[in-house]
Design a protein around this ligand. Structure first.
Ligand code: HDE
Length: 702
């Protein structure tokens, strides 16, 4: 029954029958907060955010309920189209700090003063999956940085792999159609392991170098904080005198580069869809700010001409051993977005956003990108005024005569919406004017190289070399990394049902390395591979150890997560000491037990676990420790999740520290002693790395 009762202040308030009970017990005046009104979008105070307006107690909802209609209307339109590629991403705010002035090579304002900090917003992403897909598929990762410089926004929209699948923008829609879910069946989501991708890739020899990277552990990063970033294309830096220097941009993670084991990546898709997003958010929230250094490869025309590959070809790198990086500054991410949608979703990157002192080259892939990104923002964000959104707006003044359009947020004053005008002379606002001094001037390329020639649909000669650098990459890997690459090819091609595709792909690999092709063919159960003709004979290039992850990993626990499995009766002191040592090593300890609430320790104290065993499988950690009582171990050997926990930690090549009582569980999980299985005293020292030499004993790789 609905009744009306009088509140203490004399206001009437409706109470409801069953099901309608909300907060009506609170007197109306107690909820009245002058400064904190819930309102409609028109600013009307809302009296009731729980009930729609009805004709009578059990009557129909009334159309006149503008509060309900507005709320539902807005909700209905909450989603915007996701990005056609790179739909799933995570972002963060931070700054770029310059180490030393670079005025001799660029007039870009952000590179002039040592110690100066430029605000940035960074978005990391996967490429193929939709916005709701998982974080750890085998995929390239986007690494897009928006620098809010004093001279306007500069977007360095890169990836975590320094080359790309294609050389010419013309092929991008084909690549994306082939890799995304298949057109008729709409699967697989976020995976390249399917017919159409490999059909396309095997017919595109220029993709071979990138495929080598994509099949390597680069495509399964451990953390967004532990991957390198690359601008990929050759760009130009231009100084005050108009002199141009070619540049390739590199980001180097302070925590070192690190990747997952493939089986671990697969299991993480089940354990934590948001593994990377959570890792980034939590690290920043905990004050462990991810950091990268910016490295530049600087060179001139003569150097470019001396190389046996074309620097305008995005399927080629310049090895660091030939052209070392000049480290010029650091990128620090120190603030999570306040709102995912407003910032990470609405951020609109565009490689065409450059500032005076930086310029493009004729890389035909880059040239296509200069069109695409602005264009895509219009359909994604719906208006040509997307640059006015707070996350996209420059932090320096922006003034021009562009006007109107959907969702115009500015209210320009006066009549000056054209130029030239003489309104200023009449005492009105005349508006801004161009400036040849501070304004952006395109590099004129006048040193005998001015762009002229016939109109041709053609690529430069050296672009036809599709294999030399794929070979270089292969030769630069450790034998463990080579086994991962060969096995990844086998995994991916094993999911292909078009019979003509795997032999064709293996035929391309024959041009990279016969042994690799043989291993992939044998892993797939194919006959002896046949070499596909190469458009241009590969040349010998010296290996580049800088391309190997394993040879460049940092031995450290910093920023790493360590799972500690405990049970009733576990040694309290051992747990305390380990947690202390891990904190000191800047690692994140995480207690795992069968019950979250309370685990009773050896000294009678009780401890709360951070995670329950089933919900915290060992793939979530970089290393694990197991501290058990005899009874605890006896219970856990009968718990499949505990046995699996240990088995996976061992299979994922992690350090396992344990006390004597845990031995029974280790034995049950088939753990064999090696350098990575230690007692608790040696654990901290052992835990800062993976044990790749364990792998051949436990996994049959191709
Ligand atoms: Fe992109 N790319 N891309 N891409 N790309 C997009 O822009 C495109 C390429 C990259 O976090 C889209 O806003 C073309 C190379 C990143 O928001 C779109 C070509 C590299 C991101 C687009 C390329 C990238 C994108 C989709 C070939 C590494 C995510 C939504 C000519 C250097 C940025 C959007 C973010 C996003 C087009 C090739 C990196 C459709 C046409 C090479 C990191 O405009």
């Amino acid at each position: 029954m609905a009744t009306k009762r009088k509140s203490e202040t004399g206001q009437f308030e409706t109470t409801r029958g069953n099901g309608g009970e909300t907060h009506q017990q609170i007197p109306a005046d107690a909820r009245h907060d002058e400064a904190n009104h819930l309102t409609t979008n028109q600013g009307i105070h809302v009296s009731d955010n729980q009930n729609s307006l009805k004709a009578g107690l059990r009557g129909p909802t009334l159309l006149e309920d503008f509060v309900l209609r507005e709320k539902i209307f807005h909700f209905d339109h909450e989603r915007i189209p996701e990005r056609i590629v790179h739909a799933r991403g995570s972002g963060a705010h931070g700054f770029f700090e310059l180490y030393e002035p670079l005025s001799d090579i660029t007039r870009a304002d952000l590179f002039q003063r040592a110690g100066e900090k430029t605000p940035v917003f960074v978005r990391f992403s996967t490429v193929a999956g939709g916005a709701g897909s998982v974080d750890t598929p085998r995929d390239v990762r986007g690494f897009a940085v928006k620098f809010y410089t004093k001279q306007g926004n500069w977007d360095l929209v890169g990836n975590n792999i320094p080359v790309f699948f294609i050389q010419d923008a013309m092929k991008f829609p084909d690549l994306v159609h082939a890799v995304k879910m298949e057109a008729d069946r709409a699967y697989p989501q976020a995976a390249s392991a399917h017919d159409t991708f490999w059909d396309w890739a095997s017919l595109m020899p220029e993709s071979t170098h990138m495929l080598m990277w994509a099949m390597s552990d680069r495509a399964i990063p451990r953390s967004l904080r532990m991957m390198q970033g690359f601008g990929i294309h050759t760009f130009r830096l231009v100084n005050e005198a108009g002199k141009s220097t070619f540049v390739k941009f590199h980001w180097r993670p302070k925590l070192g580069i690190q990747s997952l084991i493939w089986d671990e990546a697969l299991k993480l898709q089940a354990a934590d869809n948001d593994y990377h997003r959570r890792d980034l958010f939590e690290a920043i929230a905990a004050g462990q700010y991810p950091e990268w250094e910016l490295g530049l490869q600087l060179f001139d025309e003569a150097f470019a001409a001396s190389l046996p590959y074309d620097v305008l070809d995005a399927t080629k790198i310049i090895p660091e051993e030939i052209l070392p990086l000049k480290i010029v500054g650091r990128l620090v991410l120190d603030r999570n977005p306040d709102n995912f949608f407003a910032e990470t979703e609405q951020v609109a990157f565009c490689p065409a956003n450059i500032v005076p002192g930086i310029d493009f080259t004729n890389d035909p892939l880059l040239q296509g990108r200069l069109f695409s990104y602005l264009d895509t923002q219009k359909s994604r964000l719906g208006t040509a005024n997307f640059h006015q959104l707070p996350i996209n707006a420059p932090k320096c003044p922006a003034m021009n005569f562009q006007r109107d359009g959907q969702m115009q947020m500015h209210v320009p004053k006066g009549r000056a919406n054209y130029e030239p005008n003489s309104l200023g002379e009449a005492g009105e606002i005349g508006g801004p004017r161009e400036c040849p001094v501070t304004g952006f001037r395109t590099f004129e390329n006048a040193q005998g190289h001015s762009e002229q020639g016939e109109k041709l649909r053609i690529r430069a000669e050296l672009f036809a070399d599709h294999y030399s650098q794929a070979r270089l990459f292969w030769a630069s890997q450790t034998s463990s990394e080579q086994a991962h690459i060969a096995s990844a090819f086998v995994f991916e091609l094993s999911k292909v049902s078009l019979e003509q595709v795997p032999p064709r792909m293996v035929g391309n690999l024959m041009n990279v390395d016969q042994a690799l092709a043989g291993r992939v063919a044998s892993g797939l159960g194919l006959g002896a591979p046949h070499r596909n003709p190469a458009a241009r004979a590969p040349v010998a290039l010296a290996p580049s150890p800088a391309l190997s992850i394993q040879q460049n990993m940092k031995k450290t626990l910093e920023g790493r997560h360590v799972g500690i499995l405990i049970a009733d009766g576990s040694d309290a002191k051992a747990i305390f000491n380990l947690v202390e040592a891990l904190n000191q090593a800047k690692a994140k300890p995480f207690l795992v037990a069968s019950r979250i609430g309370e685990t009773k320790l050896s000294d009678g104290s009780a401890i709360r676990a951070d995670g329950q065993l089933l919900g915290s499988p060992s793939q979530m950690f970089d290393a694990v420790a197991i501290i058990l009582s005899k009874e605890g171990a006896a219970t856990l050997v009968r718990e499949a999740a505990a046995v699996q926990w240990v088995m996976d930690a061992f299979g994922h090549l992690k350090a396992i520290g344990h006390d004597a009582s845990a031995k029974a569980l280790l034995d049950k999980a088939g753990v064999q002693d090696d350098a990575g299985t230690t007692d608790l005293t040696s654990f901290i020292k052992a835990a800062g790395r993976r044990y790749f030499d364990r792998e051949p004993k436990i996994r049959m790789l191709a």
